[in-house]
Design a protein around this ligand. Structure first.
Ligand SMILES: *[C@@H]1O[C@H](CO)[C@@H](O)[C@H](O)[C@H]1NC(C)=O
Ligand SMILES: *[C@@H]1O[C@H](CO)[C@@H](O)[C@H](O)[C@H]1NC(C)=O
Ligand SMILES: *[C@@H]1O[C@H](CO)[C@@H](O)[C@H](O)[C@H]1NC(C)=O
Length: 356
């Protein structure tokens, strides 16, 4: 807009109308404020009988698996009931006395099919996240979310090309890979609030890299992370390689728990055969960073394994560390075609001094 046009806009009569509007808005605002304060100071003026029971219906199918995170709000145990769909069997219940971190429970509901519900009392029970899935269909259809606590709900931005988790916090993408028809995306995740906390690995799959379906949470941190370390640690970043003959994926990640032996940060690996959940327990593949003889002055930082096929046909891994001056990239290698064992330090491939 040009200066001349601007000066015409601010003729005295325009200013007077503007002042009138501002005054009007102020008066309305004061009236609204007065009435809302009145209501606050006299809560008995609008009595409400609230039920403390919440109930969220869902369908169970042939092989349904329920994942739910809950904790107790008071001295009484938390309890979530799942009535039998046919009423012929007793109601199932999930209980915990845990009042700190939300506690994970897996329930196989497959035996009975039909409409059921998750039911709990808000007086005793705080549920954060609940979903159900069928292993036979989840790679195509994703999980069916039953409940997300308000504290972890994402705001609605409408459709976009940006991948977002169904709830909670997300940071680094991890283990981007392909198994059979599906691309797999794992990511650093905390489901129970919108802030960084005890890291999990979230998981989603896609056939076209545009449309993604949400999968069950893939890795959960050790309870020590929340009980002893205020949520500072967990399943940190990593990567994925295919198992021989495309039989599954091998995932690598950093386990970050300060007072757990062997070390503050060390590398673990776990496989998945179905591309849905881990097959068995994860194992430590690199308990220690290089010795001071191998690389001088490294701190406890030793993380984010990125595995890839080397030009010699053997699996390699790059890890990030720090020597007081800047980042240090460590190269590892193994002769094991499955990547499960034999990881050995090769050399430093890059040292940075920008933090000196
Ligand atoms: C909760 O604590 C009470 C009292 O110690 C105990 O009887 C009960 O079994 C506990 N419940 C669960 C689910 O751990
Ligand atoms: C349940 O947990 C959420 C955090 O996820 C919290 O905001 C809420 O106040 C809790 N409710 C009760 C009844 O403790
Ligand atoms: C290690 O740290 C010492 C003391 O700061 C320094 O003198 C030495 O040059 C460092 N070595 C390397 C390889 O950075």
């Amino acid at each position: 807009m040009k200066n001349k046009e601007l000066s015409q806009m601010f003729k005295p009569w325009t200013a007077r109308i503007a002042a009138g509007v501002v005054f009007g808005v102020l008066v309305i605002g004061l009236v609204v404020l007065y009435y809302s304060l009145q209501n606050r100071t006299s809560p008995t003026s609008s009595p409400q009988v609230m039920s403390d029971q919440l109930s969220f219906p869902f369908q169970t199918k042939e092989d349904s698996v329920l994942h739910i995170w809950l904790r107790a709000t008071a001295s009484e145990a938390a309890k979530v009931s799942i009535p039998s769909p046919s009423s012929s069997n007793p109601t199932r219940s999930i209980q915990t006395n845990e009042t700190g971190e939300f506690e994970f429970h897996e329930v196989r509901l497959g035996a009975e099919q039909g409409l059921t519900a998750l039911t709990w009392s808000t007086l005793t029970t705080n549920v954060s996240y609940a979903y159900v899935y069928e292993p036979s269909k989840v790679l195509d259809e994703g999980i069916r979310i039953i409940y997300i606590t308000p504290a972890a709900r994402n705001s609605h931005y409408g459709d976009s090309y940006h991948f977002r988790p169904p709830l909670g916090w997300m940071n680094d993408p991890n283990g981007f890979s392909k198994l059979n028809d599906n691309y797999h995306l794992f990511y650093q995740h905390y489901p129970h609030t919108l802030k960084w906390h005890a890291m999990h690995w979230g998981h989603a799959v896609s056939k076209d890299l545009v449309n993604w379906v949400h999968m069950p949470i893939f890795l959960r941190p050790d309870i020590i992370v929340t009980q002893k370390h205020k949520g500072n640690g967990g399943i940190f970043s990593g990567s994925a390689i295919p198992l021989p003959n495309n039989q599954g994926l091998r995932l690598f990640y950093t386990d970050d728990i300060s007072d757990k032996e062997p070390k503050k940060e060390y590398q673990r690996s776990v496989i998945t055969l179905d591309g849905i959940m881990p097959a068995g327990e994860s194992e430590v593949i690199l308990p220690n960073p290089p010795t001071p003889d191998q690389v001088a002055n490294l701190t406890g930082d030793f993380r984010d394994p990125n595995a890839f096929m080397g030009p010699d046909g053997k699996w390699k891994m790059i890890l990030g560390s720090y020597n007081g001056k800047g980042g240090v990239l460590l190269l590892y290698s193994t002769d094991d075609p499955t990547g499960a064992t034999g990881w050995a330090f090769v050399n430093v491939i890059w040292e940075d001094d920008r933090l000196a």
